[in-house]
Design a protein around this ligand. Sequence first.
Ligand SMILES: C[S@@+](CC[C@H](N)C(=O)[O-])C[C@H]1O[C@@H](n2cnc3c(N)ncnc32)[C@H](O)[C@@H]1O
Length: 317
Amino acid sequence: MNELKDIFTSYWNYLPLAKACKWNVFDSILEGFHTEELVAQKMGWELNATSHFLSTLEYLSVLHKVDNKYRLTEKGMVLTESHPKSLKYACILWSEEHLNSWQNMETTLKTGQPSFESLYGHKFFDYISSDKDKLKIYHKAIAEYARDDYEKIADLIDLSPYGVIMDLGGGIGELLHHIRIKFPSKRLILFDRKEVLEISRYSDIEVLEGNFFSDIPRVADCIFLSRVLHDWNDQDAKRILHNVNICLPEKGSLIIVENSIDQENLPATLNLNMQIMTGSHERTEKEFRNLLEESSFTISEIYSLNSLLKILLCQKK
Ligand SMILES: C[S@@+](CC[C@H](N)C(=O)[O-])C[C@H]1O[C@@H](n2cnc3c(N)ncnc32)[C@H](O)[C@@H]1O
């Protein structure tokens, strides 16, 4: 029963962390705003409420208080902007449009359509592209989530035979950045929407703006689709795969990186989240095989990155 009661108030734990990240509280404490008075002054907050907020962060083990001064714990450091393994934006991500969409999940349950779209009036990627701050939070967050896995990809798969590698829907270039470290002189192309390319931070990666539903240029013999297909239902995913198939040369490869696992082991909340946000779901290995078969690809190898994330190496049929 206590386990149930803890679930009821789990947002009491998450939201103070997310808000503290959003308002740069951990960064400010790192800079020396370490007493309740200094934090209240810096933020323009009421002192008693600030005290409860900071005690909550201490209860959550991200701060500790010694001699009336708050310090960051090791966990708290990870929520600062400058930490090399920072999870600041990954923490913020779920407190904004995601949280509002989950609050409105009955729309999804009644219609099967994303409650995000009924709430915000646009498809997810169109909506965040219209606001640079939202776009930056989203892309920094998903790059933080993938960083440790993307570090491993170039060691796990032999990418040396390929002349040109293009990452379709590659976001701000986190994956290609790690491939660049292993292949300093290979031609690497980041393909995404114009607004996303504008906030990409890697100057040693070529960028190509476009729409993978219409115009994928025939320039690469290796194409990555990483955490892209799970945003789309089968009909849209087939349209993307069809375009990839057309633009790849005969011996070219498609490399898909996605959450994929037997359905019984998949955290069910992942599927509910995708349905609420984009009207799609994570696919099992069997669902991927069917989808790829219908799109004229065969899977030649499957690699595991972690318990959920898999790499499917595919060839044109
Ligand atoms: C979930 S993100 C994955 C980003 C990146 N592959 C990664 O793993 O970090 C999906 C990406 O697809 C891009 N995208 C969405 N619709 C697109 C379209 N029609 N054409 C090209 N890119 C698109 C988004 O801008 C976003 O960068």
